[in-house]
Design a protein around this ligand. Structure first.
Ligand code: ASP
Length: 422
């Protein structure tokens, strides 16, 4: 008998984790899950994070070292990223403006949400207050770290690390090949080792995903699933717009793959599903990056120079799900507060979200912190982020799936474009 595929095994882990979490919530064994189940998830997550930073360094540098063609595909990758994020933002804004979920939020539900999550919202607002004083140029300047080792050792500084290795990579591509033979051999060896580790981690992925899901349900629902259901009911319109937006983007990806690449979406879907499931359960593009790279290179056969350039860059700078979410959430909050937005505000909001999603760290919950910035630019009180915090864990999981899928879709389209003869 054939053993189930990797994505089937991870899917089973995910569902079992969900079930275990629900049973634990109902039976009041939440502490038991936290003490005995969650550590397996932490182990899996730590394994992924352990591999992620060195893999970024190796993969970006070797992409520049091994290919002279990077200016050509590099431009296509960046244009692809911009086009897909602009599409996500437009889709989110259009759906939310037409549907108007914030316009009919019950005033008592609004007050209850503000009271319940106001404190947490305050904390997030304070987190961004220091950054808000920066000018645009200052923000760019801060993206270049002044200490390579510090960027390498801080998982939250993934964006800075990618920018640093891109600078190193650009310089490396101008050094004559005869001087870089040893460096290339070293990078190749190290990379083979790291990808081996990823394959080993994928064997334990079902258990890791099970543990993360069970702990998440216990965390969100506590000992009362009713609280989660009540929240979902209060925010049904907001959740509905997001669900349509996320599903709409997946359909657009499938269309783009069908029209734009001979590979087609079915093959993509089969190969990439495990990475989507890992993204869903970890809520982190950075932690999923090792799996994204492994899937794209081993299963989709994307040439390494392209995958190693596009995927680390995409994981930190290209976030379709986060951009769509920030656009919808900001507009939803504006609707709830009765703020009137004109066409110019929509354009401003769209552009801002596009830029801000580039600077959002690829870690759980970073998107909501940056949302505070968006609200402040729109002159909306940042504390009103409390309105959507209740279901943000769930939203975070879904937007992370879109974030990693968008990177792989663009890499696939650049690697295997449909030519007229196909
Ligand atoms: N968790 C997301 C990611 O890692 C970022 C976010 O919070 O939107 O892709």
């Amino acid at each position: 008998m054939r053993s189930p595929s990797l994505s089937a095994r991870i899917g089973i882990g995910l569902l079992s984790g969900l079930l275990l979490g629900i049973l634990a919530s109902l039976g009041g064994w939440t502490e038991l899950v936290r003490l005995w189940v969650l550590p397996w998830g932490t182990l899996f997550l730590n394994g992924l994070k352990l591999v992620a930073a060195p893999l970024i360094v190796c993969s970006v540098l070797s992409s520049f070292a091994s290919s002279a063609g990077w200016p050509r595909f590099g431009v296509r990758v960046v244009l692809g990223f911009l086009a897909s994020t602009a599409t996500a933002v437009t889709l989110g804004l259009t759906l939310c403006a037409l549907w108007g979920p914030g316009r009919d939020l019950d005033p008592t539900a609004r007050q209850a949400l503000l009271d319940r999550y106001g404190g947490e919202a305050q904390q997030r607002a304070e987190q961004v207050r220091a950054d808000r004083e920066q000018s645009f140029v200052e923000a760019i300047a801060h993206m270049v770290p002044d200490n390579f080792a510090a960027a390498l050792s801080d998982n939250r500084a993934m964006l800075e690390l990618v920018v640093a290795v891109l600078v190193f990579g650009l310089a490396l591509s101008t050094v004559p090949r005869r001087h870089t033979e040893n460096l290339r051999a070293f990078l190749e060896g190290l990379e083979a080792l790291l990808l081996k580790l990823v394959q080993l981690l994928l064997h334990v992925a079902p258990l890791g995903v099970l543990a993360l899901m069970a702990a998440l349900v216990v965390d969100v629902a506590g000992s009362s699933l009713n609280r989660l259901l009540a929240l979902l009911k209060a925010l049904a319109g907001y959740a509905g717009v997001l669900a349509f937006g996320f599903a709409g983007m997946l359909v657009l990806y499938a269309l783009a793959l069908t029209i734009g690449s001979p590979l087609g979406w079915r093959r993509f879907w089969r190969a990439f599903r495990p990475a989507m499931l890992v993204a869903f359960s970890t809520s982190s593009s950075a932690a999923t990056l090792p799996v994204t790279l492994e899937r794209c290179e081993r299963e989709l056969m994307i040439p390494q120079p392209i995958s190693r350039f596009a995927l680390p860059l995409g994981a930190t700078m290209h976030m379709d799900g986060t951009a769509l979410y920030q656009a919808v959430a900001a507009l939803f909050i504006a609707q709830v507060l009765g703020a009137e937005l004109g066409l110019a505000d929509y354009l401003r909001l769209g552009l801002l979200v596009l830029l801000i999603s580039v600077g959002t760290a690829p870690v759980p919950g970073a998107g909501v912190v940056m949302l505070v910035l968006v609200l402040e630019y729109l002159d909306l009180p940042s504390e009103s982020v409390a309105l959507i915090l209740g279901i943000d864990r769930l939203v975070n999981m879904c937007r992370t799936v879109l974030n990693v899928t968008g990177d792989a879709v663009v890499a696939t389209l650049v690697a295997f474009p449909r030519r007229s003869a196909d």
